[in-house]
Each structure stands twice: as structure tokens, then as C-alpha cells.
Design a protein around this ligand. Structure first.
Ligand SMILES: [Zn+2]
Length: 341
């Protein structure tokens, strides 16, 4: 029996030592110390011993049991420590690895140009308005003094929704002049940016959809000098101090007098180059004093109030601002192009 206990002791201790997991250790515990375990079987035979042998053998058996229990506890502790170490290794955070870059988008060059314009006008006390793209001919033409038969109302130029030519995609942002006159308190200072639509073929300078920014001021004693002064200030803020402008007579149905404003070519400084087609000047916008008939139709007395308005093409402004050669680049959304701004 003594040999049996010694064998169990050495075998069990070696087995516990080599256990690879808590589950394996537990099954070993059952194998030696369980109800049907090897050590338990030896203890059961204790009754067959003589009264002289029993105490010594009993003490030895208890020593073996204690040794086994202690070895199990030690092995369990070791396994637990190993598991913890493994987990720390697995979950370790290496702060020296470079971070992953989050790719942020950015603003489209046309909206960068619009933001600049908005900032300039808001700084001068203007309000920014938004208006409908599906518009009534009443606002797009009638109340802007473009009567039936005016060439701009032609079907070949305008996207109409109905046979009666009353509902359409607006061909200009100018209807926002009338909508502002009808809804706002005087005096009025507004700009109204937005999409407009015309039946144009796509090429380097044309698109059936493009953007305009409408501007309008109505107050007492407003003159052409205010128009020129304001637009000169805008141009200097956009293109730098000292940028020259010139105003040429033009015709629009809703302004009288009407003009077009040119900006001195930023490339050649007015000498003449391919960008300005040798002219030294680049057309920038149309403007004028609001026609008294337009004021009257909106319920404003032209004897008391006067005003000026302008319409500027946003794509052209962005093209000049960022030196973009082809209008189509603005709409194609080629990321390689857009990433440059
Ligand atoms: Zn030039």
C-alpha cells in the first residue's frame, strides 16, 4: 500500500504539472481525488489493515491527499496567470503604430466661390434668399417686364412643363427679385443664389443647368453710383485691391438703364491674352437700375423708391477664381479634379 501511495503521488504530481488547461486539470482532479478516484480507492482499503498498521498508513494517505490538493491549487494558479498574460499580450495597444487617416471630403470649388460671395454680401448687410427652381412664367417673365413674344420666352430656350408655357424650370434667378419685393419690407438688400435651366448644348462654356447669384437693393435715393460702388467693392474683395472694372451699356427687359460689367483680365492685366481672347477684359455680370414698371408691378412706388439689381454666373466666377479652363469639369465630379481645391 505504501508503494501504491508513492506511485499515485508521483504520477499525479507530474500530471498536474503538465496540465494545459483548467478543464484538463479538473479531470485529473477527478481521476485521483474523485469518489471513484485512485487515491480514494486506496483509502477505502484502509479498513483491511491491522490496527498497528492503520495510524501510520492513515497519516501517509492524508499527506498524499494534502500534497495532491496543494499541487492542484498551484497548477490552477499557474494556468490562470498564463491565461492572463496571454490576454494582455493579445489586447496590447501599440501606441507607436501610426494612426489610420480618416478621409474627409471638402467643398466643391463652385461652393467655395459662393461662400466667398455670400461672406462679402452678408458683410454689407444683405440677406441670402432661397427660391423655387420650378417657377411660374408670371415670375420668370411677366413681372420682370418680359412680355409675351419676348425672345427669351421661346420654347427653344426654356424648359416648360405645360403646353400653355406657364410653368417652367426657371431660366434665371431674377424671379427672386419679384418674390422679395412682394414679401419683404422696404428697404431690401438681398442676394439669391440658385440653379437655373436653359436649353443649351454642353460645351466648354455652356450647360443646360448652371448657377446664378441674383442681387438686389431697393431703397430711397438709390442710384447707379451705388451699384458701381458696391460691385467694385465686391470685385476688389474677390480678386484683390486695385482690380479694375468697366461698365458697358446693355439691354435687359427688367432694368433701365442696363449694363454689363467686365473685370480686367487677371492673367495679362489688361494687355490681352488667350484667357481674355485678346480683349484685356472678361465679362463678369449683367446689372442695371430696376425698371420702374417692374417696381410698379410689385406694388412699389417708383416715384419714392429706386433700386438696382445684378445677376452673376457662379460657374464663371469659380472658373475665374480658381483658373478652371472648362465648365464641364465643374459638373463631372472627377475626384482627381475636385481634390485640387
Ligand atoms: Zn488677358
Amino acid at each position: 500500500m505504501k508503494e501504491q501511495l508513492a506511485r499515485i503521488r508521483s504520477e499525479a504530481l507530474a500530471a498536474f504539472e503538465q496540465a494545459q488547461s483548467a478543464a484538463e486539470l479538473d479531470s485529473l482532479r477527478v481521476q485521483y481525488l474523485g469518489k471513484k478516484g485512485e487515491l480514494t480507492a486506496v483509502l477505502k482499503m484502509m479498513g483491511k489493515l491491522s490496527a498497528e498498521e492503520r495510524p501510520a498508513m492513515g497519516q501517509l494517505a492524508n499527506e498524499v491527499r494534502s500534497a495532491l490538493e496543494a499541487a492542484i491549487e498551484a497548477a490552477a494558479g499557474k494556468l490562470e496567470a498564463q491565461a492572463l498574460e496571454q490576454r494582455l499580450k493579445d489586447e496590447a495597444l501599440d501606441v507607436t503604430i501610426p494612426g489610420r487617416k480618416v478621409k474627409l471630403g471638402h467643398k466643391h470649388p463652385m461652393y467655395l466661390a459662393l461662400d466667398e460671395l455670400k461672406d462679402i454680401f452678408i458683410g454689407m448687410g444683405f440677406t441670402v434668399l432661397d427660391g423655387p427652381e420650378v417657377e411660374l412664367a408670371e415670375y420668370n417673365f411677366d413681372k420682370l417686364n418680359a412680355e409675351e413674344g419676348h425672345p427669351s420666352r421661346d420654347w427653344s430656350d426654356t424648359f416648360y412643363f405645360d403646353a400653355g408655357s406657364r410653368v417652367m424650370l426657371r431660366s434665371q434667378t431674377s424671379p427672386m427679385q419679384v418674390r422679395a419685393m412682394e414679401t419683404m419690407e422696404l428697404p431690401i438688400r438681398i442676394i439669391a443664389p440658385g440653379r437655373v435651366y436653359r436649353k443649351d448644348e454642353v460645351d466648354a462654356t455652356h450647360s443646360p443647368m448652371f448657377h446664378q447669384v441674383e442681387g438686389m437693393v431697393i431703397d430711397k435715393n438709390v442710384t447707379m453710383a451705388d451699384l458701381k460702388g458696391t460691385l467694385n467693392t465686391v470685385v476688389e474683395q474677390l480678386y484683390g485691391k486695385g482690380t479694375k472694372t468697366r461698365f458697358r451699356p446693355h439691354h435687359f427687359p427688367f432694368t433701365e438703364p442696363s449694363c454689363e460689367m467686365d473685370v480686367q483680365c487677371h492673367k495679362c492685366g489688361g494687355v490681352g491674352c488667350p484667357t481674355c481672347k485678346g480683349e484685356g477684359w472678361i465679362e463678369m455680370l449683367g446689372a442695371g437700375m430696376i425698371h420702374p414698371k417692374v417696381l410698379k408691378m410689385a406694388g412699389i412706388d417708383p416715384e419714392v423708391y429706386s433700386g438696382w439689381a445684378f445677376g452673376i454666373g457662379l460657374e464663371r466666377t469659380a472658373m475665374r477664381r480658381f483658373k478652371i479652363a472648362d465648365l464641364r469639369l465643374i459638373f463631372e465630379n472627377d475626384v482627381r479634379f475636385l481634390e485640387q481645391f
